[in-house]
Every structure is written in structure tokens, then in C-alpha cells.
Design a protein around this ligand. Structure first.
Ligand SMILES: [Zn+2]
Length: 136
């Protein structure tokens, strides 16, 4: 029975290997998934840090855009709105002259106020000159 111990050893070793293999079957995926989780969380942390940086960057970009818009708006919008829409040309040489600056006057229609819808003579130099004449 001298071989018994060897056999036992072999058996034990085999069992140990087998059980190690069995454990490994479950342990390795656990280890891998653990590593995956760890790297996942690590990546998330890094990603959120990157997102913070991106937020800061886009925030300053947004601020810049708002500042740009603020700088542009006063120039663009009021000028476009103040521009009188296609001034109707007065017929022939009948147009009177502006009582304020002497320029020719153009027939216009009041858009608002008590005389809305009524025609009047408006200075052709509008909006620089706001001279008006009533049409008789
Ligand atoms: Zn005028």
C-alpha cells in the first residue's frame, strides 16, 4: 500500500484541481465582472468629470453667444423695424415740401394713433425728419 498516499495525493490533487476548476468556473466570471464593474465605475467617474469640463466649456460658449446676440441685436432689430416699408411714391410733382427740412414729401398712411388708416404727407427724409403735412 505504498502507492496509496500517492494515489491519495493524486486524488486529492485531482479533487483540488477539480474543485479549483469548479470554483474557477464561477470565480473567474465574478472576477471579470468585478473588474468590468470597477472599470465601468471608473469610466463613469472619468466621464462625469469630462462632462463637468464640457459643461463649463459650453457654458462659457453660451455666455459668449448671448453676449454676441446682445451686441448684434441693438444694431439689427430696431433699425430693421424703424425702416418704413416701401414708401409709396407720390404722384408726379404734386408732393409738397417738408415744413421742417424742405425735402419732398411722400404720401403715407398712418398705421396707429387717432388717425390710423388716414393718409398724410410724410417727409421723405423719415426717420431722420418726422415732418408731416395733412392731405387736404
Ligand atoms: Zn423733413
Amino acid at each position: 500500500m505504498t502507492e496509496a498516499p500517492d494515489q491519495l495525493t493524486t486524488m486529492v490533487t485531482g479533487v483540488v484541481f477539480k474543485s479549483l476548476a469548479n470554483v474557477g468556473q464561477y470565480a473567474l466570471p465574478l472576477i471579470f465582472s468585478g473588474a468590468a464593474l470597477a472599470s465601468f465605475f471608473g469610466r463613469r467617474k472619468r466621464a462625469s468629470r469630462a462632462r463637468n469640463v464640457a459643461d463649463n466649456a459650453s457654458g462659457s460658449a453660451l455666455t459668449g453667444m448671448i453676449e454676441n446676440a446682445r451686441g448684434v441685436r441693438p444694431v439689427a432689430t430696431p433699425a430693421a423695424m424703424a425702416q418704413p416699408a416701401a414708401a409709396p411714391v407720390a404722384a408726379s410733382g404734386e408732393s409738397p415740401t417738408c415744413p421742417k427740412c424742405g425735402n419732398a414729401m411722400a404720401r403715407r398712411t398712418a398705421r396707429q394713433g387717432a388717425r390710423a388708416g388716414a393718409s398724410f404727407w410724410g417727409c421723405s427724409a423719415f426717420p431722420k425728419c418726422r415732418g408731416v403735412r395733412a392731405i387736404d
